[in-house]
Ligand binder design. Structure first.
Ligand code: NDP
Ligand code: 8X3
Length: 306
């Protein structure tokens, strides 16, 4: 990740982008050699007069923001006036998004980050510039499934990737961000769990185990953070049409498309809408858990196709 103070420009698809005078910043260089871009405008925070929590100028850190639910969350939090800290591995996509948000007048800082890399996660959070340090909302969204195999035929590499991303990655990010929230006496963690954290389905074994772990960690966080002012929420969707199944089936787009054929799945925006609902409740209200299905789904394994 490159961090340097003032951006003179960066490149998206071979095009040199030079931000308007005085707005763009990058940060000092880190050993991993990736690029972070920040654009900044007005930063004063406020709350709504009606008791609801305003997201205006709140700093919202979203992991896995290059696609699906994370991207939809970034767009919807931006619509609420939040300042975006967006993280994922695909640097070019991330930079395109940073530029898109910047062009729309949104404050944004992008971090090219693999949540599995604990030292990089801690370093990225520690090195945030002063005006980006006070993270108000953390959306722990980065995650994936790999494969749909019986446990006796499962691929060790798939297991490692799911456990490292969905469980350890979420822990690394939370460990880096939570002390700041605790010291400020406010904040909210929104973990993106799954129906797979409520039920185990055939061949879902390790993915379901990781999402059960997210459910346990969400409860653990809420218990440990009691009295600190930090709210902890899990949003647990059923089927959402994103890149999720393409990733699960290692790029087999035809097999992925079949998962959603004949039914109307949730959209990433449906999940982002739930995240906005949770984040805008009055400060004394904590939405602990939200289980969200498409109307055509009643459990992990029960769906109707038209
Ligand atoms: P997508 O594949 O569309 O998005 C996943 C995002 O996570 C991408 O932005 C990806 O970015 C990022 N990501 C993956 N691995 C890492 C990593 N190691 N470090 C940083 N970022 C990473 O899938 P969804 O939007 O559907 O998934 C988002 C979350 O929602 C996941 O936790 C998933 O388990 C959960 N979920 C999904 C459901 C569904 O049906 N789609 C249902 C229930 C829960 P990049 O590749 O650039 O790093
Ligand atoms: C994603 C939904 O049903 O594929 O978490 O596990 S499912």
């Amino acid at each position: 990740m490159v961090l340097c103070w003032r951006v003179s420009g960066f490149t998206v698809k071979g095009r040199k982008i030079v931000p308007p005078e005085g707005r763009g910043k990058t940060f000092p260089e880190f050993s991993s050699g990736k690029i972070g871009v920040a654009y900044q405008q007005n930063t004063s925070k406020s709350n709504k007069g009606n008791g609801m929590t305003s997201l205006k100028n709140k700093i919202v850190f979203i992991t896995g923001a290059t696609s699906g639910i994370g991207l939809a969350c970034a767009r919807q939090f931006a619509q609420q006036g939040a300042r975006l800290l967006i993280a994922a591995r695909r640097e070019e996509r991330l930079q395109e998004l940073a530029l898109e948000f910047h062009t729309a007048g949104i404050d944004v800082l992008s971090l090219t980050l693999d949540v599995r890399n604990q030292p990089a996660v801690q370093q990225a959070v520690d090195a945030l510039p002063e005006e980006w340090k006070a993270i108000d909302v953390l959306v722990n969204n980065a995650g994936l499934s790999r494969g749909l195999d019986t446990i006796q035929e499962g691929k060790l590499q798939d297991w490692e990737e799911m456990i490292d991303t969905n469980v350890k990655g979420l822990l690394y990010i939370s460990r880096a961000v939570l002390p700041g929230m605790v010291s400020r006496g406010s904040g909210q963690v929104i973990n993106i769990g799954s129906v797979a954290g409520h039920e185990v389905y055939p061949k879902g074994n390790v993915y379901c185990a990781t999402k059960h772990a997210v459910a346990a960690l969400t409860t653990g966080m809420r218990l440990d953070l009691l009295g600190t002012g930090v709210r902890v929420t899990t949003i647990d969707p059923g089927m959402v049409e994103t890149e999720f199944s393409v990733v699960r089936f290692h790029g087999d787009a035809e097999r992925a498309a079949a998962v959603y054929r004949g039914l109307t799945a949730l959209t990433p925006d449906d999940v982002a809408d739930a995240a906005i609902y949770c984040a805008t409740r009055p400060p004394h209200v904590s939405i602990a858990e939200m289980l969200l299905f498409p109307t055509a789904q009643a459990s992990a394994t029960q769906v109707v196709r038209g």
